[in-house]
Design a protein around this ligand. Structure first.
Ligand SMILES: [Mg+2]
Length: 395
């Protein structure tokens, strides 16, 4: 079999607000189809700035056309070496490689008439536990009622303990709760520890990105001082991006983004690295599209150290138009049994949703996270004010 062409599909997913954040995000999804001379077509997705990933994918066409798609590792290494002049370990390059790699696993599954999870070692489980995003008790109760979720995450660092206390009172002790601080640059290590200590009483499943993700030493200090499992890893690419987090056991939960870590191949290597350190895997979703989510389901079906899958329930309408939804039922997602990834995109839906941009916009004035009057400076990097008001909480 030979690869004959690749085609990219960039679409505007919609505009949404990250839970607990004041930023509005203009989301895009970039899919790729890899065509072969035997008529088998593979589907993949690349994240990490999708509009740029699309251009990177166009550049990779000459690298992959003519290759036998069954030789996934050979093609992956060829892509890495050929693009290393652009820098080897960052997104969006890893997002483009991710999309190709994912499509190759899809092709292999279709060629062998078996699901991707079977190629990865077979099933550890038939269904994947999912968690949702809830910033208020009302939203939490809605998600528990509608999807049977038994795990919910809230975000931000503004009166976090107050927020978690309200959620805990609403949903009781049988629902796992998590906090994602989103690692804002102004969140000092001391404050991350103070917030973390105020959250210990709630027995969280994990405390995510308490400090900026590139500050590994700061993350270690949080790990050493806060008695909650620490989670991180969504913004890194390739196994080298998360190597220290795993090898030095700085995290308890590793959260690779299935769209930009570098593909299913990298996810499997990362999972094995994590297994050796008794670290569990909880893939990041967030802005990620539905093809990458399918890939995550196959991976989590096969690896022993799968913890849980992030999922945007009640997401933008496009998610449920561009691919068939696998519903969350009783808090779990059923693992698909069709050959390959078992999913395809509706190309008409992609065409009907052209991408117009890929940036976040500042939050609204006086939204509580930042001092009124300063919101139109970049909300993410500016120094936080009202420290007492922000950190207060916990009863
Ligand atoms: Mg996160």
């Amino acid at each position: 079999m030979k690869i004959t062409d690749i085609k990219t599909f960039l679409m505007a997913a919609g505009v949404s607000q990250e839970q607990g954040s004041s930023s509005w995000s203009r989301r895009n999804w970039c899919f790729v189809k890899v065509y072969t001379d035997e008529g088998i077509v593979g589907i993949g997705e690349g994240s990490g700035w999708p509009r740029v990933v699309q251009t990177a994918l166009e550049d990779l066409r000459t690298i992959v056309v003519g290759e036998d798609p069954m030789n996934i590792e050979r093609i992956w290494q060829k892509m890495l070496v050929t693009t290393m002049g652009n820098g080897m370990t960052g997104t969006p390059g890893s997002g483009a490689m991710n999309a190709i790699d994912m499509a190759l696993w899809d092709i292999k599954g279709k060629a062998l008439n078996t699901p991707v999870w079977n190629l990865l070692g077979g099933k550890m489980r038939d269904r994947i536990r999912a968690y949702g995003h809830a910033g208020t008790p009302e939203k939490a109760l809605h998600l528990v009622d509608k999807y049977g979720l038994k795990a919910l995450k809230t975000g931000g660092v503004h009166r976090t303990a107050d927020n978690v206390e309200a959620l805990r009172k609403a949903v009781g002790d049988d629902v796992d709760l998590m906090v994602d601080a989103h690692g804002p640059p102004w969140h000092s290590t001391k404050d991350a520890i103070i917030v973390g200590k105020s959250l210990e009483q709630f027995n969280l499943l994990f405390y995510e990105d308490p400090v900026p993700p590139d500050n590994v030493e700061a993350l270690r200090r949080v790990q050493d001082n806060v008695d909650i499992p620490i989670a991180a890893g969504e913004r890194h690419s390739h196994i080298w991006g998360v190597r220290r987090l795993i090898e030095e056991e700085i995290v308890d939960v590793i959260q690779p983004d299935t769209g930009r870590i570098g593909g299913i191949s990298q996810m499997m290597k990362l999972s094995a690295m994590a297994e050796a350190h008794f670290i569990s895997v909880a893939p990041h979703s967030g802005s990620l599209g539905p093809i990458a989510e399918y890939a995550a389901i196959h991976i989590l079906a096969a690896i022993p150290n799968a913890l849980i899958l992030e999922r945007l329930h009640d997401d933008v309408p496009a998610r449920y138009d561009v691919v068939p939804e696998i519903p969350t039922v009783d808090g779990f997602i059923e693992v698909p049994d069709a050959p390959g990834l078992g999913v395809d995109i509706d190309e008409d839906v992609v065409a009907a949703n052209p991408s117009e941009g890929n940036t976040s916009t500042p939050g609204e004035e006086g939204d509580g996270n930042y001092e009124p009057g300063t919101w139109n400076e970049h909300v993410y990097v500016q120094t936080r004010y009202s420290r007492q008001a922000n950190l207060r909480g916990g009863g």
